[in-house]
Design a protein around this ligand. Sequence first.
Ligand code: NZQ
Ligand code: ZN
Length: 385
Amino acid sequence: MLNFEFYNPTKIVFGDDTIARLSDLVPADARVLVLFGGSSARKNGTLNEVTEALGSRTVHQFGGIEPNPSYETLMEAVTLVRNENLDFLLAVGGGSVIDGTKFVAAAVNFAGDPWEILLNHGTNVAGALPFGTVLTLPATGSEMNCGSVITRRETQAKLAFLSHHVFPQFSILDPTKTYTLPPRQIANGVVDAFVHIVEQYLTYPVGGRVQDRFAEGLLQTLIEVGPLALETPQDADARANLMWTATLALNGLIGAGVPQDWATHMIGHELTALHGIDHARTLAIVLPSLLNVQREQKRAKLLQYASRVWQLNEGDENERIDAAIRRTVQFFESLGIKTRLSDYDLGPDTIDKVVDQLIAHGMTALGEQKSITPEVSRTILEGAL
Ligand code: NZQ
Ligand code: ZN
């Protein structure tokens, strides 16, 4: 196993009817900004519950954070926080609202141009406002990690930053708040969480037995509950399991002490920035081809994945690997997520653009072995046409 440090200070409050707990979790004298997305939190009553739980505190609201949150919109929230002297942020929504809130938290007191936070991937963040989250979409794990992905519309740059200063203080996970999600977002959530696990598991063996078995258990849980969550939206048990699995998929635990890949995510971010494809869908396009192209580097773990996750033990090594990749594709497609560029009306001409953007963003040595050069990324995308 590799050396590691593991740190995660986020308190999780999990279960039905837990939004009322905000009255204790947010400091009594806080001046709060509640941040949310488009219309869902207002329509399904979550925002009302939040406002009620915050009681007599000073509360301002900032709505309109888009999916793939934009720097341009978030800077408006930064101005509001500064003008009103607000000192606590509360994100109510999915990964986009939470990521946006992390950026606002880090940007408010940042000395200099806040876009520098993204250009330096967070290494220059020296502090952040405290914040909590009320999660309404299980997918990204943002509710229990210190990562954030922000898009600058002006330049079509979608960049990530990481900083220990932007761990949420707490996150409320009430599975009943996911009942109003459209099937598309549930499917996206299952695939995003699945790929988060794969990016930390399907690399090369380092003897991280417990990390491997946690990862395999989480993958198997998604394979079980993903279809249930789609078939029966009010299946409380399926929703609860999906929510907790998505959080555990990217809270640092399964990635501690093992190599990590993340090339699928980096290539996928460029597809979202250029073409507006949902985050999870970009992953479903890139991952199968990446596994195929990287089969030598990932051979041992691909065989382990085939056997332990999909019970594929027949045939020679390449047949088992092919079958495991095929099962992965079938799983994504069974959830209604298409896996080829052509399914999104994209052809060979997009590949040059994606590769150019990867180079512009310094993404030239991706993957757990840093062996995915722009040329390898091109081969991966060609395999996904
Ligand atoms: O805007 P509203 O009206 O609220 O609607 C949202 C949005 O349109 C809707 N929604 C959310 N909760 C709902 C609901 N609709 C009905 N009922 C509810 N309970 O869902 C739509 C998508 O929301 P969004 O927050 O964009 O989705 P997701 O949670 O998948 O977040 C995606 C973003 O997270 C980033 C992605 O790149 C993308 O920008 N990621 C963040 C990560 C992290 N911080 O660790 C890791 C991930 O790999 C990912 O990159
Ligand atoms: Zn993701």
